[in-house]
Design a protein around this ligand. Structure first.
Ligand SMILES: NC(=O)c1ccc[n+]([C@@H]2O[C@H](COP(=O)([O-])OP(=O)(O)OC[C@H]3O[C@@H](n4cnc5c(N)ncnc54)[C@H](O)[C@@H]3O)[C@@H](O)[C@H]2O)c1
Length: 285
């Protein structure tokens, strides 16, 4: 029998692994790619052979660092500024991508934010900003991607699919979240938007899926993991007894974007260490 692992609170995988070249010749846009999950996804896609657009909304330097990291490893990447909640900016990002990289094969709809408030104190601005980025932003990018996927069609030497969209949703597309009604509503919206689009464009060999992260160590949720007390509280929600790392989402995204996942369509894949397993019932309820 295997004994307890040495440090159950950390991933036992190396932060960066060598990934198979599953995405060679493919072009990917990753939104919100200058930090956290988006950064790790951009790097993982590049490691798997994709050329990557590192989208950022403000502060060019962190985006350029991601680009330089990809280039230093022999990959190709460009940084493109765009607020995903603005229609004209999203269209300009896709136009530039197609001009510079030739086409788009993979869209990772990752950009997102939180504006937390008790419901009776939540302002309309807090509501609209979160829905605008997390839900409308995903719609605007998906729409442009699908136009390009349909125009180009399948190129079998690149991928057996005409295009892939991966929506970064959250466990909060199914777990209600008090004090975060705007965020949970945006992710619940992403779920049915993703499924509806998947149903609509499947005949064109376009696959649309979501990845639902649990608690991942990124700037969006620093207060949930940056003190021992907070970390211990978080572990009560995670049966696997470690926080997720951005690279956990990077690896799942590479798989879902690749032809290995060709028959996966319209599905949410939870990457959450079991957070959705009703951890309160682990001891019998
Ligand atoms: N960290 C987690 O535990 C967790 C869990 C579930 C889901 N998620 C989701 O993962 C995604 C990435 O979050 P993260 O944890 O890496 O946090 P993060 O704050 O590091 O990343 C979010 C990124 O989105 C960018 N962004 C915000 N508004 C934008 C806009 N209008 N246009 C373009 N980019 C914009 C930010 O600049 C940032 O780079 C989000 O959609 C988030 O909801 C995160």
């Amino acid at each position: 029998m295997v004994g307890p692992i040495p440090n159950p609170l950390e991933s036992l995988l190396p932060a960066e692994q060598t990934l198979p070249l599953l995405l060679k010749g493919q072009k990917a846009i990753v939104t919100g790619a200058s930090s956290g999950i988006g950064r790790a996804v951009a790097i993982a896609l590049a490691q798997a052979g994709a050329e990557v657009v590192v989208n950022y909304v403000g502060g060019e330097q962190p985006a350029l660092e991601v680009v330089n990291k990809i280039k230093a490893a022999g990959g190709r990447a460009i940084a493109v500024q765009c607020d995903v909640s603005k229609e004209d900016q999203v269209q300009a990002m896709f136009q530039r991508t197609i001009k510079e990289l030739g086409t788009v094969d993979i869209l990772v709809n990752n950009a997102g934010l939180q504006k937390d408030a008790a419901i009776h104190e939540m302002t309309l601005d807090q509501w609209n900003i979160v829905i605008g980025v997390n839900l409308t932003g995903q719609f605007l990018c998906a729409r442009e991607a699908i136009k390009e996927f349909k125009r180009r069609g399948v190129k079998k030497d690149v991928s057996v699919s005409a295009g892939k969209i991966i929506c970064v949703s959250s466990v909060h597309e199914v777990i209600p979240w008090a004090g975060h009604a705007n965020y949970a509503a945006s992710k619940g919206g992403v779920m049915l938007m993703m499924k509806s689009i998947a149903q609509e464009v499947a005949p064109y060999r376009i696959r649309v899926n979501s990845i639902c992260p649990g608690a991942i160590r990124t700037p969006i949720n620093t207060s949930a993991w940056n003190t021992p007390e907070a970390y211990a509280g978080l572990m009560k929600l995670i049966p696997y007894k470690r926080i997720g790392e951005p690279e956990d989402i990077g690896r799942a995204t590479v798989f879902l974007a690749s032809d290995l996942a060709d028959y996966i369509n319209g599905t949410s894949i939870f990457v959450d260490g079991g957070m959705c397993l009703y951890p309160g019932f682990a001891t019998g309820g």
